[in-house]
Design a protein around this ligand. Structure first.
Ligand code: FPP
Ligand code: K
Length: 461
């Protein structure tokens, strides 16, 4: 058979699909980029392989997938909820490796379910009991029973408790011990170590700022804090300077000063800074914002539409959150005065990144379309709780417009973020809209407001 005959034969075999897109898809998302460097390397091969695995999904060619009129697959909501339920049920033996990350599993699953609008109240009692066992008398939460407290697992546990919500969940947290422990992690360079004697990095800066502000922890350092040796008196002193030193020559943010810029650390840096002060003041003061914007812009790829974490690496669904959540914070930093971030001089509805591309990546490539359900890094990878949480979190931020009301910004925890569904020019259907996530705390907005309101009424211990 001649080539043309094979093609027409194959075309006659393919079933006429009822879900074929009705509107043409912009070739930006369906074709190879117009310019491809002809130098072949391990990196260029990996990039080509990723593009090849994404293209059929982006072209809306898979007849087993239900697409909307824009050629975007629907969100398989119930299947994702079921997947997440499994991840916090009885797990098979190999998961013993995850024993030091129990709070993370709980946060990922509960946050994902909450963003999908599932009823999670049935998990409250179990979560509280687990939290009680993971909390150490010396402050903070370990990753597993009997394990040392760690800032990352403490962050995840506090967020999980905030998501289930309610006084009983909040009151499990020993805030006085937490204050003592955080004081002991505060370093003379302004940063925080992840655990006693552990590494100091920008995750620590962000996790500590989240915990302190959500729980309204008094800022004065305990007398035995290592930071007191250089005259630092409170938990937040020197933190802005620490974050500033993490910006690299590329314009992105590294885990610690003089390392490689990565999107997850850019989020930690911006999240930490916007807790310390209003974005329009602190971001331009602490960072070279134009160079950060330039580096972040380079994280979105075409035709994939998703974000990579660093230069010359591949798109990954989880960066829909780590990189995606940087955008509203940066956009808020452009506010000209103390009034509103909407007054940025930009046309209303302007976005710094391509929302359509990210939605296409998330729905087409970030979903596991098999009966397994859940969200994933990229086509060919298995879904897991981590990716499900962060892909959904990214989906929420791309589906909403966030603006900061910086008019009441005299103190920490006094910035209000307004989050509204972004319904113009959208390529997702209303039934696929997820709950609003908080741009800084990465939990549903309502949960963040409730826990802050609770602890703001409790100054001191
Ligand atoms: C590289 O992984 C990843 C990193 C260098 C940073 C990862 C950090 C986080 C995801 C979150 C930190 C934040 C908190 C709040 C704890 P890789 O080489 O597998 O991926 P890549 O190729 O995409 O860079
Ligand atoms: K990765």
């Amino acid at each position: 058979m001649a080539d043309e005959e094979i093609v027409s034969h194959m075309a006659s075999l393919s079933p006429s699909s009822a879900t074929a897109p009705k509107l043409p898809i912009d070739p930006l998302y369906t074709r190879e980029p117009p310019i491809i460097d002809d130098l072949i390397t391990v990196t260029s091969n990996a990039q080509e392989g990723t593009m090849d695995s994404c293209l059929p999904l982006l072209q809306a060619q898979d007849d087993s997938i239900e697409y909307n009129i824009h050629g975007v697959p629907h969100l398989r909501r119930q299947r994702i909820i079921n997947f997440l339920k499994h991840t916090i049920g009885q797990l098979p033996a190999p998961f013993v490796m995850a024993d030091a990350s129990r709070p993370w599993s709980l946060y990922w699953a509960l946050n994902g379910m909450a963003l999908l609008g599932a009823d999670i109240s049935g998990y409250r009692d179990g979560l509280i009991a687990t939290a009680q066992h993971l909390q150490n008398d010396s402050g903070g939460f370990g990753g597993g029973f009997g394990q040392q407290s760690h800032l990352a697992t403490t962050y995840a546990m506090v967020l999980a408790l905030a998501i289930v919500g309610g006084e009983e969940a909040y009151e499990i947290i020993d805030r006085r011990a937490m204050w003592k422990w955080l004081s002991s992690l505060k370093q003379p360079d302004g940063g925080f170590s992840m655990s006693l004697g552990g590494e100091v990095d920008v995750r620590g800066a962000y996790c500590a700022a989240v915990i302190i502000s959500l729980l309204n922890i008094p800022l004065g350092l305990s007398s035995d804090s290592p930071a007191r040796t250089v005259g630092i008196e409170d938990l937040f002193t020197g933190l802005e300077g620490y974050v500033r030193r993490c910006q690299t020559y590329e314009g992105g943010i590294s885990g610690k000063p003089d390392a490689e810029a990565h999107g997850a650390y850019a989020f930690c840096a911006l999240g930490c800074l916007t807790i310390l002060d209003a974005p329009h003041r602190i971001i331009p003061r602490a960072l070279d914002a134009p160079r950060l914007i330039s580096w972040l812009s380079a994280r979105q790829y075409a035709p994939e539409g998703g974000f990579s974490g660093r230069t010359n690496k591949l798109v990954d669904g989880c960066y829909s959150h780590w990189v995606g959540a940087c955008w509203p914070l940066l956009q808020a930093s452009l506010a000209r005065d103390h009034s509103s971030a909407l007054e940025t001089g930009l046309p209303s509805g302007h976005s710094f990144y391509d929302r359509e591309g990210l939605i296409r990546y998330i729905m087409s490539c970030g979903q596991d379309h098999s009966s397994r359900g859940g969200m994933r890094d990229k086509p060919g990878r298995r879904s897991d709780a981590y990716h499900t949480c962060y892909v959904l979190s990214g989906l929420s931020s791309v589906q909403h417009i966030v603006s900061a009301d910086t008019s009441r910004d005299e103190q920490v925890a006094n910035i209000t973020w307004t989050v509204q569904p972004h319904m113009d020019d959208r390529v997702f259907d209303e039934e696929d809209l997820v709950e609003a996530t908080d741009p800084v705390y990465a939990i549903p907005q309502k949960s963040r407001e409730e826990i802050m309101e609770y602890f703001l009424s409790k100054p001191g211990f």
